[in-house]
Design a protein around this ligand. Structure first.
Ligand SMILES: CC(=O)SCCNC(=O)CCNC(=O)[C@H](O)C(C)(C)COP(=O)(O)OP(=O)(O)OC[C@H]1O[C@@H](n2cnc3c(N)ncnc32)[C@H](O)[C@@H]1OP(=O)(O)O
Ligand SMILES: O=C([O-])CC(=O)C(=O)O
Length: 379
């Protein structure tokens, strides 16, 4: 008697593959907690550095722990000569996610930390990446504008320093706060595709830099982190708020995916969107210029049209894309900013995977030709 055909879970949809203590996404209540704390409260009351500490160590830092965390992060921000040279050799036209993927791989080759896979060694590597990623992202954005890098300022916090390295100035506290909120919201989201990629690589007992390099590759795709950039291209393409509905009809008729909408886990709205939308509304109100108002009107018109036509809600990438534009970042910088934040979640998961490791190796149901004889060689 033959066994029943296996149940196939395409895309691992609905499959629970492990436990985690880092975060939970509850689709029923549209809620998200990091180590038990609601992300809304963390975004409202805590800095991104505190959130990073929470994700890595399981608890929010006390004053001494925060000072120590900040001192270590600030000291590691500068790039060494060889990394700067490598960076300069990459074509200025290459996508910044390719720059990050290459740079992280290179940092791994250079890192003198003994690669024993211990928690201590991995925490040191995680801090190195947290500190250096913004320096790379900022230098790359300036390079696209034909400008030289601005060195990090150890007197500034993580978010402020990023603005300083991008533009040579730090905007008013409201804009910095909106950016910091986006970093907190992007930091962690359970077993999403890039985090799962990092866990798969880690499960082979490979090293942290390899896992992060692979995760950057997974995040780049427009069905995942690349969507924040794709949202901006889409809004640029539509351009006119009056065109939103017609554009949507044409896009749906052409079976296009509407970027920044839909989610594998949340079917009634992404828990992070209201917080990011509030931040975006604040940026729009501050700008108070006709072009920003027009963009915000288009953004809202498309959101309403997608909900009306398809019943699909926006995900975090939808408000984040436009918010980053209003903060002055160029579109190719959007997904790298996601990396600057998600490095915290990825590396927390790498440590967790190692603490209870099992090789991740699912099965597939074979659907190819039946067994056949190899024909004689030709000639
Ligand atoms: C931070 C993040 O990574 S959030 C995700 C960012 N990605 C995007 O914004 C890209 C656009 N969105 C999508 O492609 C999808 O919603 C995904 C990939 C995020 C989730 O996909 P899945 O969980 O596989 O949902 P699935 O694709 O099965 O969608 C269910 C239905 O809604 C439709 N749908 C879902 N999202 C969209 C969308 N953005 N545009 C148009 N239709 C959509 C699907 O076509 C499908 O319709 P059907 O049942 O008639 O075939
Ligand atoms: O959870 C997911 O599938 C995608 C996502 O929203 C994230 O990684 O932040």
């Amino acid at each position: 008697m033959s066994s029943p055909p296996p149940v196939i879970h395409r895309g691992l949809a609905g499959v629970v593959v492990d436990t985690t203590e880092i975060s939970t996404v509850l689709q029923e209540t549209n809620s998200l907690t990091y180590r038990g704390y609601p992300v809304q409260e963390l975004a409202a009351r805590r800095s991104f550095e505190e959130v990073a500490h929470l994700l890595w160590y399981g608890e929010l830092p006390d004053a001494d722990q925060l000072r120590d965390f900040q001192a270590r992060e600030r000291a590691l921000r500068p790039l060494d000569r060889t990394t700067s040279e490598l960076f300069a050799r990459l074509p200025a036209t290459c996508h910044p996610m390719d720059v990050l993927r290459t740079a992280v791989s290179f940092l791994g080759a250079e890192d003198p930390t003994e690669d024993d896979g211990s928690l201590t060694a991995n925490r040191a590597k995680s801090m190195t990446l947290l500190a250096k990623l913004p320096t790379l992202v900022a230098a790359d954005q300036r390079r696209r504008r034909g400008l030289g890098p601005i060195p990090p300022d150890p007197g500034l916090g993580y978010a402020e320093n990023f603005f300083h390295m991008c533009f040579g100035t730090v905007p008013d506290p409201d804009a910095v706060r909106c950016f910091e909120i986006s970093l907190t919201l992007y930091a962690e989201h359970s077993f999403n595709a890039s985090t799962f990629t990092a866990r798969v690589v880690t499960s082979t007992l490979s090293d942290l830099y390899s896992a992060v390099t692979a995760a950057i590759g997974a995040l780049k795709g427009p069905l995942h982190g690349g969507a924040n950039e794709a949202v901006m291209h889409m809004l640029d393409e539509i351009d006119d708020p009056e065109r939103a509905e017609d554009w949507l009809d044409e896009a749906l008729a052409a079976q296009r995916k509407i970027m920044g909408f839909g989610h594998r886990v949340y079917k009634n709205g992404d828990s992070r969107v209201p917080i990011m939308q509030n931040a975006l509304d604040l940026l729009v109100a501050r700008a108070a210029d006709p072009e920003t108002t027009r963009r915000a009107t288009l953004h809202a018109a498309l959101r309403h049209a997608v909900l009306k036509r398809k019943g699909i809600h926006p995900n975090l990438d939808y408000p984040a894309g436009l918010a980053y534009r209003l903060m002055g970042f160029d579109t190719p910088t959007f997904t790298p900013i996601f990396v600057m934040s998600r490095i915290t979640g990825w590396t927390a998961h790498i440590s967790e995977q190692l603490a209870h490791n099992t090789l991740i190796r699912p099965l597939a149901s074979y659907a190819g030709p039946g067994q056949r004889a190899v024909p004689a060689a030709v000639g």
